[in-house]
Ligand binder design. Structure first.
Ligand code: SF4
Length: 373
């Protein structure tokens, strides 16, 4: 078994991956397996062993994602959450991802008992026809009931996920989706465009992603409708009311270190990015880490820009200087001048951020910046 040597200070965020799902969605390219009770039980045993092996103290955020954590039996889910509970600092954020089809009153009671205080629910679409076409086994009516049950059980920090750009989706369909999602009245909404990755069923079916112009039209509608409804776009795909940001995901977007545990999970510790094995056989044999890569000054700066520029407020000039020992505006003077002919940056006294147009053209901006990293 490979151990990562730890220096102080230790990371303040912990990610746990549960790879099991009741069904496989057609667009999915995550590390996932069809639920199997016997393997799931063994998996939880080994996951708890892996957790122990890190000697993690207290963290500010814990995120249990997947896969589908709620596909686990109540007893297995509880074993994990109870083991995680003592690792959360007072006032910390403890999120669990849930699927509409298997989040019920018992699971919500377990969440409460174990200190979970944020639930992220995969709604994905509000059109039953669309849900069926991507192999999700729930309806929008089910999603409405699950969100309302979650609120009744006392959870007020709720995220819902939505995908846009699904095959055959029109702008009108998206408007309906947004109206329906807004009717759920939750403080956080994550909206991602469909990406057809190699290995997904959609890829094998030859499904294509939206072209750039259509995607821009859809995205602009999303931003304007959600802003109008009082949501702040604090990250390119994430919207929050009353500053109820995902504190855990901000760790990634600020390019800070975190523990990553479970099958196929990634982590970032002590300037090393690592990825756990995606082979269940190896994982159950406690061969956890598959690859390790030490960040170089260049890759670290590229990663920092890739993540921080996704944020509406970008990053502080002072933070960049402290981390890399150079002044951002000096280092990237030429590229800033050239990109600002199209007003892609929005630079304030203290911060570097992208304009609305810059965020839409983020990939292009990054390619230009990377030439100077
Ligand atoms: S998208 Fe989520 S729920 Fe669907 S198969 Fe992938 S991991 Fe499972």
């Amino acid at each position: 078994m490979i151990h990562l040597k730890m220096n102080k200070p230790s990371p303040k965020s912990l990610y746990i991956h549960i790879p099991f799902c009741a069904h496989i969605c057609k667009y999915c390219d995550f590390t996932k397996l069809i639920y199997n009770e016997e393997f799931a039980k063994k998996y939880v045993d080994v996951l708890l062993y892996e957790l122990d092996s890190y000697h993690i103290g207290k963290v500010d955020t814990i995120y249990v994602g997947g896969g589908t954590p709620t596909s686990l039996k109540d007893s297995d889910l509880k074993r994990i959450l109870l083991a995680l509970k003592p690792h959360l600092n007072d006032g910390g954020e403890f999120t669990v991802e849930a699927n509409v089809e298997n989040l019920d009153a018992n699971k919500l009671d377990i969440f409460k008992e174990c200190g979970v205080n944020r639930i992220s629910i995969g709604v994905e679409s509000t059109s039953d026809k669309m849900l069926q076409s991507i192999n999700r086994h729930h309806t929008f009516k089910d999603a409405v009931s699950v969100v309302s049950l979650t609120k009744e059980k006392g959870f007020d920090n709720i995220n819902v996920d939505l995908i846009y750009g699904l095959p055959g989706q029109s702008l009108e369909d998206l408007k309906t989706d947004l109206d329906n999602i807004l009717s759920l009245d939750v403080p956080h909404i994550s909206i991602y465009s469909l990406i057809v990755e190699k290995g997904s069923m959609f890829f094998n079916m030859g499904i294509k992603e939206q072209d750039e112009n259509t995607s821009r039209e859809f995205y602009e509608l999303i931003v304007s409708k959600l802003r109008e409804a009082g949501y702040e776009r604090y990250e390119i795909s994430n919207f929050a009311k009353n500053k109820r940001y995902s504190r855990h995901n901000l760790t990634y977007w600020k390019d800070e270190e975190y523990y990553g545990l479970g099958l196929g999970a990634s982590g970032y510790l002590n300037k090393v990015r690592y990825k756990n094995t995606s082979s269940l056989k190896k994982y159950l044999a406690k061969e956890f880490i598959d690859t390790k890569e030490e960040v170089t000054p260049t890759s670290e700066m590229e990663d920092y820009l890739l993540t921080n520029l996704r944020l509406e407020k970008g990053f502080k000039k002072e933070d960049f200087k402290k981390r890399f020992g150079v002044d951002f505006e000096m280092k990237f003077k030429e590229v800033i001048t050239s990109l600002n002919k199209n007003s892609l940056f929005s630079i304030s006294k203290d911060s570097i951020m992208l304009s609305d147009e810059g965020l839409i053209l983020l990939d292009f901006v990054l390619v230009k910046l990377y030439e100077y990293c």
